[in-house]
Design a protein around this ligand. Structure first.
Ligand code: ADP
Ligand code: MG
Length: 290
């Protein structure tokens, strides 16, 4: 690759809000076999909203939300923001002894009772049976919702369903990549039911769900071990090691600083469609050099 062509290529990228930090990324990105997209904040807007609150018998919506909010006040997660927004007009309960379980949820003491807020893995780890709400939890996940289970003293007292809209350009981006001969995967800490529903809507080839934050990079490595060149697109702190491990890491510009630092390419407009633009630009640049 001639330095001149690379300079022109990176300059053109910058004009489109595509910052290529590493010239080698330009040459690598045309060779990618598979591109893994993080779900939350990358394929989706990352601004989830509470869409349903389902109390167990003997509880009401306000009790579920105040209990959940007591826990979520101790979290920075996008799910926490959604719960706190929905509970903002309700009384505040004090919580103590916060514990956070990455990719699963939270535990704390509220009014002398052990309270949990999180996914099925968190419930299972704490020996909590979903009881009468098991079927509704399953149904909501199948509908593409992220389900936050609220438990108190070993019993689920309610569910909070959260939905995060898919970015408008996601579907066309995935189709375009497939036309270019690139396989598309989605990776998430969210459960398989929710992930499969969203992946189905977007016609994604490979679904990697229930992946704990520390395991995303290992999934990239697994695909590389099969001889594939892997691109990774992400926004979160969780995604940083996977962005580093990937042959080309693309960070969403509106994402976290760590993700941006770990990436080879930064998509300043936070539009997944710019992954396609980056690849097309690289192809055009390399064509000029040969
Ligand atoms: P993603 O890969 O989609 O960004 P995370 O790894 O951050 O997801 O979280 C995975 C799952 O863990 C979430 O979908 C949610 O079910 C659960 N979870 C994580 N943090 C919280 C929280 N603060 N409250 C409730 N549930 C949580
Ligand atoms: Mg994310």
């Amino acid at each position: 690759a001639t330095p001149m062509a690379i300079m022109v290529g990176t300059g053109l990228g910058a004009q489109h809000g595509i910052l290529i930090k590493d010239a080698a990324a330009l040459e690598e990105s045309v060779k990618l076999d598979v591109i893994i997209f993080d779900k939350t904040g990358t394929l989706t807007l990352g601004e989830p909203k509470v869409v349903q609150v389902t109390p167990a018998a003997g509880f009401d919506e306000a009790m579920i939300l105040t209990t959940a909010a007591a826990l979520e006040r101790g979290s920075e997660h996008h799910i926490a923001k959604a719960v706190l927004e929905r509970a903002k007009t309700l009384p505040v309960l004090a919580a103590s002894g916060f514990e956070s379980f990455g990719g699963k949820g939270l535990r704390a003491t509220v009014e002398g009772k052990t309270v949990l807020s999180g996914n099925r893995m968190l419930m299972a780890d704490n020996g909590v049976d979903l009881g009468e709400l098991a079927a509704e939890s399953e149904r909501l996940q199948g509908a593409g919702r992220t389900v936050v289970h609220i438990a108190r003293d070993g019993h689920v007292i309610g569910l909070i369903a959260v939905a995060d809209a898919v970015r408008p350009t996601a579907k066309a981006t995935i189709r375009r990549l497939q036309e270019l001969g690139v396989k598309v995967a989605m990776i998430t800490g969210d459960n398989l039911g929710t992930a499969q529903r969203i992946a189905g809507e977007l016609s994604i080839d490979i679904v990697l769900a229930d992946v704990l934050p520390g395991d995303k990079a290992a999934k990239v490595k697994e695909l590389q071990a099969q001889g594939q060149k892997v691109g990774m697109v992400g926004d979160g702190v969780n995604d940083a090691p996977a962005l580093t491990q990937a042959d080309v890491g693309f960070a969403i510009g509106a994402g976290t600083d760590v993700a941006i630092e770990s990436a080879d390419v930064v998509l300043m407009r936070s539009d997944p469609a710019d992954v396609v633009k980056a690849i097309e630009l690289s192809r055009a640049t390399l064509r000029k050099m040969h």
